[in-house]
Design a protein around this ligand. Structure first.
Ligand SMILES: NC(=O)c1ccc[n+]([C@@H]2O[C@H](COP(=O)([O-])OP(=O)(O)OC[C@H]3O[C@@H](n4cnc5c(N)ncnc54)[C@H](OP(=O)(O)O)[C@@H]3O)[C@@H](O)[C@H]2O)c1
Length: 241
């Protein structure tokens, strides 16, 4: 007999890593609430798994975002695992403020609202696991899309603060900061991409790190090496890159 399914919400699962993770969680006996703005993509995913998938279409930047999340949580009957995959990034060679602002509104402002909601929810419930998808780009500033790297640095730093809070609460609340390199999705952009992973492989590795309650994980695993090098490239070289 199958165990009672666990319950997860993935913010930003209408495509890409979030969608692949939804499929991975379902294979591992989860009931999954998925969100995104493109309702038709969510409906198509629900058609694949009508019993396991619950959908809610909304924009995380809108004022009513938390109403939608609460409604989704109620329809799932609670949530044990809250994953924030929604994110945006622009290559911005002309340094257009509007593009920088779009990135910050979602990756910083809306992100903070979502983290805040989930941590309060888990504290009230007494347990839970928050997973955020930042990036290897969080490790250094980058001229191609300055707001993207900076917003991802904010996410990684913010989730470290949440990890401290979780530990000091003495409750079984966990956080995982997922730092992908390149994953083959609509979002993967960059002048020179390498070590590009499939969404499915990324989702499997992310799921394993969730099971192990890892605090930080690089996807795929070998990106830890790039992270290590990136942090150590001296400025006199980095400034020309
Ligand atoms: N792919 C990579 O190489 C890579 C590398 C490092 C980090 N990441 C990070 O991984 C995460 C997932 O990206 P991805 O590669 O899977 O790209 P993706 O396929 O473009 O997925 C982005 C998801 O975010 C949702 N989203 C975007 N804006 C939203 C908004 N305002 N409100 C609600 N949902 C919104 C999208 O749904 P709708 O468009 O339907 O709203 C979509 O489901 C992002 O945080 C990204 O920064 C990706």
């Amino acid at each position: 007999m199958k165990n009672t399914p666990k319950k997860a919400i993935i913010i930003g699962a209408s495509s890409g890593i979030g969608k692949a993770l939804a499929r991975e969680l379902i294979q591992n006996n989860y009931r999954v609430g998925v969100t995104g703005r493109r309702k038709e993509q969510l409906v198509a995913l629900q058609k694949e798994h009508p019993k396991e998938i619950y959908i809610k279409a909304f924009d995380c930047k809108q004022e009513d975002a938390l109403d939608h999340i609460e409604a989704l949580t109620d329809s799932l009957g609670g949530v044990d695992l809250f994953i924030i995959s929604a994110g945006v990034g622009h290559i911005n060679p002309n340094f257009d403020f509007n593009l920088e602002d779009q990135t910050n509104q979602l990756n910083v402002i809306a992100f903070t609202l979502l983290v805040n909601w989930s941590m309060h929810y888990f504290r009230t419930k007494g347990h839970g696991h928050l997973v955020t998808i930042s990036s290897v780009a969080s490790l250094r500033g980058g001229r191609h899309g300055p707001a993207y790297g900076a917003s991802k640095a904010y996410q990684s730093n913010y989730i470290e603060g949440m990890a401290q809070k979780a530990i000091q609460s003495k409750l079984p609340i966990y956080t995982t900061d997922v730092r992908p390199g390149f994953v083959k999705t609509a979002m993967a952009k960059g002048p020179k991409m390498f070590w590009v992973s499939s969404k499915e492989k990324a989702a499997k590795q992310i799921y394993r790190s969730i099971q192990k309650k890892k605090r930080i994980v690089y996807i795929t695993r070998r990106w830890i090496l790039i992270g290590w090098i990136l942090k150590r490239i001296p400025w006199f070289i980095y400034k020309h890159m």
